[in-house]
Write a protein that binds this ligand. Structure first.
Ligand code: UDP
Length: 326
């Protein structure tokens, strides 16, 4: 049966893969995104995709679009640690304000709300792997890094509250370091495109701190598959899910693996976080999910190992993908 979806941030990296799944399965999709439609242009020919270039903060547009669909997949967000430090106001406006607007319309119109949350929620809790109910361990509100985590956590609270008091059907997905083709432009955003720009140019790759901090790098196509399954499985409603690989990789191992897989020979350099980000940043030492809940709910696991995912990512960027126009 064909369902009507609104995908905010649908022209972004994860969004574009999600839209691919949905359109090819015969669902009708409206994308709301402030960016251009470059990553989803190939889907126009399916006849199932409509693109609206606008902001999730535009109340009139958001209200009208929610009215036209059955399910909202809310992926639009600012999710770049550098921006948490430099433009916390935008981070709060978009991640909190935009989400509350969508939630309000979904609740009033009885639409399912599928929300892209984050592994940042648990902050610097070192008791990994984290279940969805793990403690949140964050620093002071003086430290801008935590504004993103806090905004996403407030939205999660709203999801539970709307569900309990107004019957809103919701699903929350906590993403863990998603990477792959179509992610940030080279040199921008998160660690993999930043490292890759340096590797491709043969320049030194800068590891922050001692490089022993760990992450669970999750391939974008695995992530998109989880999003679609969670959004379309009735039994998944009313819960929060970790969406991530549970393989722990240090930043140093990441750099070494990229070097090996890509055949690069850039040297590694080390820089303290303080020198890179200033005082309004704190790093997260370990970040690994427990994935038993999502596995039980939809039978999903991240199946792409880091080497395979990195190879596909490096091939994508090597062949010219992910370069800023001009
Ligand atoms: N990192 C690094 N060099 C860089 C960019 C990032 O060593 O050029 C580190 C960063 O300090 C963090 C990890 O890589 O410990 C992951 O950073 P990212 O910005 O991808 O996001 P995070 O997982 O911290 O949200």
């Amino acid at each position: 049966m064909s369902t009507r979806f609104l995908v905010t941030g649908g022209a972004g990296s994860i969004g574009s893969f999600v839209c691919e799944h949905l359109c090819r399965a015969g669902h009708r999709v409206i994308v709301l995104d402030h960016a251009k439609s470059l990553k989803i242009e190939h889907l126009f020919e399916t006849g199932n995709l409509q693109f609206v270039q606008d902001s999730v903060l535009n109340r009139d547009v958001v209200g009208r679009l929610v009215d036209r669909v059955d399910v909202v997949i809310h992926l639009a967000a600012i999710a770049d640690p550098k921006r948490y430090v430099v433009e916390p106001l935008n981070v709060l406006h978009v991640n909190l304000g935009g989400s509350l607007l969508l939630l309000d319309f979904c609740s009033r119109q009885g639409k399912k709300f599928v929300f892209a949350s984050t592994s940042e929620i648990c902050g610097k809790n070192q008791a990994v792997p984290w279940t969805e109910d793990a403690d949140r361990v964050l620093g002071s509100t003086r430290i801008n890094r935590w504004c993103y985590s806090t905004a996403k956590a407030v939205v999660e609270h709203y999801c539970y509250a709307y569900h309990q008091q107004e019957g809103l059907p919701f699903v929350v997905m906590r993403f863990f370091n998603v990477y792959g083709p179509r992610c940030d432009d080279l040199g921008q955003g998160r660690v993999i495109p930043i490292f890759l720009e340096k590797f491709l140019a043969g320049k030194p790759v800068v590891v922050h701190g001692d490089g022993r901090q760990t992450r669970a790098f999750t391939f974008i196509e695995d992530t998109a598959e989880a999003v679609v399954k969670l959004a379309t499985t009735d039994g998944a409603v009313g819960e929060v899910y970790n969406v991530g690989s549970d393989v722990e990789t240090s930043i140093l191992e990441l750099a070494e693996t990229m070097k090996r897989v890509g055949g690069f020979d850039s040297p590694l350099e080390y820089k303290p976080h303080l020198e890179v980000f200033g005082h309004s940043y704190e790093d997260i030492p370990r970040r690994i999910p427990d994935v038993s809940r999502i596995e039980a709910a939809i039978g999903w696991r991240a199946v792409t190992d880091l080497e395979t995912g990195l190879k596909k990512t490096i091939d994508f960027y090597r062949s010219g993908g992910g370069r800023s126009p001009g």
